[in-house]
Design a protein around this ligand. Structure first.
Ligand code: CIR
Length: 255
């Protein structure tokens, strides 16, 4: 079975953390409707969606990806770099405990799930404003016994590693080469570059045979079609104003 954990949009999403974009009003009702459509896209892609209730006290809690990274062997509970987000963790941890043995990033480690890109046994980890070297080192120690190889990638210009690069097929990446060096990955996979007018377009969510992808990047969508990628468009305009993308809103894994 394929499970997707999600969490309903907080009514206080307008108080979300922002790093690289200006604050704009977020239409809460529209955000809720868009999130529901996103959950339906996950169902169409074969997921059983486990949707947690909204949490008014945690404005960014819809972005569950940052709370944990699930491997076949272990669920790693993250320690978000933004202090305002650390209270999001227990609810996610509780759900995952039913599915995997658990490991945890602890202080002084900081790690956001959005900084972790897994390609087979290779685990690329963005060193960002949210993920620090101790966080990377702890993740490496947790994963070493399972035969994973971890690689740190310093980031400057984007929030998370997965703002700059994500998988769109087993051996194909979607990448913004201005934010992360494509050479880091290209020895073993191919890549599609985002359109230069769509710098935020590298965040795509591969689930099964399709890619759940924002409708707002038509040029990059065209490139994905040309590469044979099956795109499932979703409108995430309101969640984008909170600096979130399509990977951020779920934790997907097989049981
Ligand atoms: C934050 O700054 O933490 C949220 N406003 C957005 C988090 C997006 N998460 C992600 O890319 N994995």
């Amino acid at each position: 079975m394929r499970i997707a954990i999600t969490r309903q949009v907080s009514p206080n999403i307008n108080q979300c953390e922002l790093t690289h974009i200006e604050r704009q009003p977020i239409d809460y009702d529209l955000a809720v409707a868009q999130h529901a459509a996103y959950e339906n896209a996950l169902r169409k892609a074969g997921c059983e969606v486990f949707s947690l209730p909204p949490e008014p006290a945690f404005p960014d809690s819809v972005f569950v990806e940052d709370a944990a990274v699930v491997f076949d062997e272990v669920a790693v509970i993250a320690r978000p770099g933004a202090e305002s987000r650390r209270s999001e963790i227990p609810a996610i941890s509780e759900v995952l405990a039913a599915h995997r043995p658990m490991a945890q990033i602890v202080a002084p480690g900081e790690l956001d799930g959005g900084d972790v890109l897994v390609i087979g046994r290779k685990v690329f980890v963005g060193l960002s404003k949210r993920t620090n070297l101790p966080g990377f080192q702890q993740l490496s120690e947790i994963l070493r016994p399972f035969g994973y190889y971890t690689l740190p990638i310093p980031l400057e210009d984007c929030l998370h590693l997965k703002s700059a690069v994500t998988r769109v097929a087993p051996n194909l990446l979607l990448i913004n080469g201005k934010w992360v060096d494509p050479g880091t990955f290209l020895s073993f996979v191919r890549a599609v570059e985002v359109d230069r007018d769509e710098p935020l377009a590298a965040n795509a969510l591969l689930v099964g045979d399709r890619v759940i992808y924002p409708a707002s990047y038509p040029m990059t969508t065209h490139r994905l079609h040309l590469s044979g990628v099956r795109v499932e468009p979703v409108d995430v305009s309101e969640l984008s104003k909170a600096e979130g993308g399509v990977t951020c809103c779920s934790i997907v894994f097989e049981t």
